[in-house]
Ligand binder design. Structure first.
Ligand SMILES: [Fe+2]
Length: 418
């Protein structure tokens, strides 16, 4: 979503009614007209050390919108006026909150036309840290939102809300909304099953081939607020850099510009961060029912030579962890049953996590079946199971868990130590 937002940051003085103080003058937040219908619960994006974006969707009668927030444990409220964007007969209500404190939890309420539309203990966000020491975690999954009968997206979403420690953000590994990435399907297919997650954990998706079956400019880009051009972008969190790529139909969106941008971003940042995670929709080599994508394999050299540690993708609706690759896409065959990688140097670990909301019921994971791949020895672990990943980074240790979306149990686990 484009961000030409007029911001009005004002301090609320609570004297019985909702009133806000703006540069010395007091303004009342007054409800007017009919209460707009909340079509989509608020969702968080771009949660940075001192800013965040909160968006919700109403019917078209919304004429203004506000977010009211306070630092957890305090009573002083701040109100930010948002911007309205019409889309397919409804309104996106979007506020960008600035001047926040790093790594601080805030509670928030949302208003449209002065009517309170959502508030309560689940509506909160925590800004990103402004240091490189804070331990953190994130979840990742691909191939998520399909028609209710054909999708189990509610399962990973529920397991994520049940985690003892809430992840700091989530990564969406493409094919975010089936069948064609159309805006009209976002609510039922994705936002409803994930609404309890998205209201207090920011999400960073990349587009997959199904998201490209409708025009991303009129669909994917309208639904999200993402860095850079919203197709390929980076953001940092603590001591890690995250790079999202748009592999489109396997051939990459604006491939030359995107690869040049990737190379430049890695060169500029590789000495600044301890960890680099790349995520995209398509796989390179794999032993699934999907082919190997040459455009992804072409990136192996760039990944291996520029300190990328972990590559996450979706596309095949299954779970598959590959042995650490070198720049030629060769694995070290001595690394059998290894779950504690140390000093990988110029190698990286690649994992398919594409059973986020759908699974291929007609297929079984078997790296030794020649129908699946030429060389099954590249696979470290495969399990055909509805699943998501939870990754924890604490200093020089990365801990990865593949989690069963129905039981919440960890079925694959490995660490990378530097
Ligand atoms: Fe796909």
């Amino acid at each position: 979503m484009k961000k030409n937002i007029l911001l009005l940051v004002v301090v609320t003085v609570l004297i019985g009614c909702k009133s806000v103080k703006k540069f010395g003058e007091t303004v009342k937040i007054e409800a007017f007209g009919e209460k707009p219908m909340l079509i989509r619960e608020p969702y968080l994006q771009m949660v940075r050390p001192t800013s965040t974006t909160i968006t919700w969707k109403t019917d078209s009668i919304s004429e203004n919108c506000f977010v009211e927030f306070n630092e957890k444990g305090t009573t002083e409220k701040v109100v930010v006026k948002g911007n309205l964007v019409s889309h397919e007969g409804n309104k996106f209500n979007e506020s960008i909150l600035t001047n926040l404190k790093p790594y601080t939890t805030y509670n928030y309420n949302i208003y449209s036309n002065g009517h309170l539309l959502a508030s309560g203990e689940d509506y909160h966000f925590t800004t990103a840290p402004d240091n490189k020491k804070t331990a953190f975690s994130f979840y990742a999954l691909g191939d998520i939102g399909a028609k209710e009968q054909g999708s189990f997206a509610k399962e990973p979403a529920t397991r994520i809300t049940e985690l003892a420690v809430k992840p700091d953000f989530g990564l969406g590994l493409g094919d975010i909304v089936y069948p064609k990435g159309e805006s009209k399907n976002y609510d039922n297919h994705l936002f409803k099953p994930f609404q309890e997650v998205f209201k207090n954990i920011p999400f960073y998706p990349v587009a997959g081939n199904h998201d490209w079956l409708s025009d991303p400019e009129k669909n994917f880009e309208k639904e999200w607020a993402l860095p850079n051009n919203e197709h390929y972008y980076s953001f940092n969190y603590s001591n890690a850099l995250f790079i999202g790529l748009d592999s489109s139909n396997g051939d990459f969106y604006n491939v030359e510009e995107q690869v040049a941008w990737l190379t430049a971003t890695l060169k500029e940042n590789q000495s600044k961060f301890d960890w680099i995670v790349v995520y995209l929709h398509h796989n390179g080599k794999s032993c699934t029912y999907k082919k190997d994508y040459q455009h992804v394999e072409n990136l192996y050299k760039i990944f291996a030579n520029n300190k990328v540690d972990l590559v996450l993708n979706g596309h095949a609706h299954t779970y598959e962890r590959l042995k650490p690759y070198d720049e030629n896409g060769d694995v070290d065959l001595l690394r059998v049953n290894e779950t504690a990688y140390e000093n990988l140097d110029s190698r990286f670990v690649s994992v398919t996590i594409g059973a986020g909301g759908k699974i291929n019921k007609k297929w079984a994971a078997d790296p030794n079946d020649p129908k699946n791949c030429i060389d099954g020895s590249i696979v470290a672990y495969a399990e055909h199971i509805p699943s998501f990943a939870l990754i924890l980074i604490d200093g020089n240790v990365l801990r990865f868990k593949g989690i069963d979306s129905y039981t919440g149990k960890t079925f694959d686990e490995f660490t990378i130590k530097k």
